[in-house]
Design a protein around this ligand. Sequence first.
Ligand code: SF4
Length: 485
Amino acid sequence: MTSYITKSRVLSGLRCPKRLWLQTFQPKLAKPSSTSELTIANGIEIGKMARLNYPAGILIEHIEHPDVAVAETKRLIDNNCPVPLFEAAFEFAGVLVRADILVPVDGGWRMIEVKSSGSVKDHHLVDCAVQLWVLEGAGVKVQQVCLAHVDTSFVYAGDGNYEQLLVEEDVTEKVRVLLSDVPVWLASHRDILANSIPAVLMGSQCKPDCQFQDHCEQELPEYPVSILPNGRKVITDLQQAGIEDVRDIPDGVLTKERHITVWQATCANQPFISPALKTEFSKLPYPRFYLDFETINFVIPRWAGTRPHQQLPFQWSCHIQRQGGVLEHQEFLDTSGNAPMRVFAESLIAAVEDDGPIIVYGAFESTVIKSLIEFCADLENPLNDILDRLVNLLPWLQNHYYHPAMKGSWSIKAVLPTIAPHLDYSQLDDVQNGTLAQLAYVDIIDPKTAPAVRETKIHNLLKYCELDTLAMVEVVRSFEGGVFS
Ligand code: SF4
């Protein structure tokens, strides 16, 4: 079988040369990433949906045999195929691409790339440019290049009609401008693979979907300068000056208060704890409600009245701390597969009673409650009451606490091990982060999931969300009780 350069590898090399090199020569170092799993699943779903708008189209299969796919595509194109082609395969100069949709038009073809995002991004144009370069190199007359992306204002009526879900934007001119760059990108691609592993430091190019994060992190110093929160410019400046470890940053270089806190605590190898934290937490009256949500955002909306990419809550956990220290736990997880918003809202309103601070970590719960009002207008008053009672722990922690082991992050998963090492997210089975929670939920509501698997996933999901609220209880308890003061 012929060995090709694939478009995805070209794009990978443009984002990070080291990633391309590792994918090619050290693929075993890749660790599965839940984010990339979700991205791929969304891409497949939206690709299938886009084809429904072209019901007469022909799918070119042979995923494992690109030579056969290229030959079959050529035969159809040479015979002036009168219907759209899906996954048409082309090869030029050793580069293999598959066009999501090709539609016959006057004098040639309209090429449509399908993306699950809500708008056209710069990297989509790069993607289309590689595609167009190969198609034209292979002799195909491309009259128009379109990018089909999700219309985030689309509201699903619940009737199975998704005709308006995708919008096709004409990007022909923007893509043609990039065409002359494609040979340069390919030369760079070949150059990367002809040499030893590129020396690339972790930085803004490292997105959660890169499967080599664990590997690259091993090469970092213990406290890399990249941990400085929201410090893109200063991180670049430090790296360019050859400074890789926070402890090597000279006095007076950092100006942002939060960066200085990270630097001082790391250099001293001591946590920073402001006494104000104990004072503030002690003022919280009882009962205290510690609340956390899990949400799902379907690219293709499943429930009437919902939009693509909309955050829809399906689970909550609430620890209730009474005067005297008694701790209760309540939880909700909708497993019906039906729209969970109303039952979620009603059960939540009942759980948080009428009085007492509702403690959350970050702004997410507030945003979700506001969006719930859209679905349950009759519950607007009790939901607004909940909003009025929310107390966000995150800014308090950001302003008053930092431990070197948090490595620049105030996420609850970073804070918890420094306060309550016995509570560890990594000890949870299966569900250890929000993306895995979404994947578990999708399996739970899938009727094809085996009952035993479903029960296990329900158990794991409940444990995960419960730990999120227990973590907040521990944070408040530790500082208030003077364990950390
Ligand atoms: S983690 Fe970052 S530096 Fe490492 S391969 Fe991925 S993108 Fe490149």
